[in-house]
Design a protein. Sequence first.
Length: 165
Amino acid sequence: MARPIESDAVKMTIRALVVDPTTNSPVVILAKPEEDAYLPIWIGVCEANAIAVTLEGVKPPRPLTHDLIGSLITELGFHIDHVFIHNLDESIFFASIRLRNGDGDLRVIDARPSDAIAVALRARADVFVAPSVLEKAVVTETSQEEAVKTILERMRPEEMGDWEM
């Protein structure tokens, strides 16, 4: 398992990809393994489609953008070590893709969480989140359905962040 540089980072899994019924915006929901703690991140439609294709095991006839990114990384002699969602500021999440080469050299690439997650899924790389981000945005509930409902009920439109297609 890849280890984040940040020793206190929390490994998360992609638990669900849903649509916020209020805004019709896609929401990727990360979960802490073995806990009822969920991190919702509102994302764009294109990124949601890229994530959904991988989650559903669909093999497109030609490489999609996130497939191309993965191929470029590999061809340049690196692999995706992990993704790190490291900050949440004014309702905007910040992430990076952590790359390593055969010598163990690390490169950190700034990315939107949605793109980072789409690339990580294709590479079967881990997703980590900083504890400070979880403190600000994690929701805990007894079931995933209740968590999603709570997430959507608590969010105000100005908290959902802006994105363009």
